[in-house]
Design a protein around this ligand. Structure first.
Ligand SMILES: [Zn+2]
Ligand SMILES: [Zn+2]
Length: 206
């Protein structure tokens, strides 16, 4: 799980572009080991065995997401958070649906940052993905202590990515949430504003 390091900004602007691309970090030995050990989320194969085709898997994943998921969610205003991601009434996500890859600028790990859109890949050892300046709709997903979406480090077509997937079926017109994690809020001196304590600001338990 790549804990989100920064925080959601008070001012959230729609991203000027959606570079619907996949973050790739292929350099270090630890990254290669991770890629070789983990199944590709698209084809289920490994890079080492020539099962996974690489770029074709990444393209297939993007087409699948564009066809099946992206039209099912939208950015809406939310009184508590400013903006949030909500499911459309038609065909909302089912349990285990893969929703999107978190996109942003690839940054060196452990760099001090004020960004509230910074996710660490693979617990921070590999790189950070910072969506402050550019990204896709996942940058608008707010935090909730009882999240309905997971953000996990996965391998897709030989590249390491942060994948958002549905933990359960999400009904229509519901907000999509991940849990940024306790460290995120402590690190930024912020509190979670989710509905678990009736909207009272709090630090997440985990
Ligand atoms: Zn593959
Ligand atoms: Zn909370």
């Amino acid at each position: 799980m790549g804990a989100k390091k920064g925080a959601k900004g008070a001012v959230v602007r729609p991203s000027p572009k959606d570079p619907d691309d996949v973050v790739g970090v292929n350099g270090s030995a630890s990254v290669r080991a991770m890629i070789e050990e983990m199944d590709c989320i698209q084809c289920g194969g490994f890079m080492g065995d020539d099962n996974c085709a690489g770029e074709p898997c990444r393209l297939a994943f993007r087409r699948m997401v564009a066809r099946e998921v992206t039209s099912r969610v939208e950015i809406r205003r939310d009184p508590a958070f400013g903006y949030g991601i909500f499911t459309q009434p038609r065909k909302p996500p089912k349990k285990d649906d893969m929703l999107k890859v978190y996109m942003g600028e690839l940054m060196p790990p452990y760099m001090p940052t004020e960004s509230r859109y910074n996710y660490s890949l693979a617990s921070g050892d590999l790189a950070d993905v910072d969506a402050e300046k550019t990204g896709n709709w996942t940058r608008f997903v707010n935090s909730h202590c009882r999240a309905n979406v997971d953000a996990t480090t996965q391998v897709l077509g030989g590249q390491v990515v942060i994948l958002f997937n549905a933990k359960k079926r999400i009904a229509g017109n519901k907000q999509v949430f991940v849990n940024y994690g306790r460290q995120y809020f402590l690190g930024l001196g912020m509190q979670c504003r989710c509905s678990t304590l009736g909207g009272t600001p709090h630090h997440p338990r985990k």
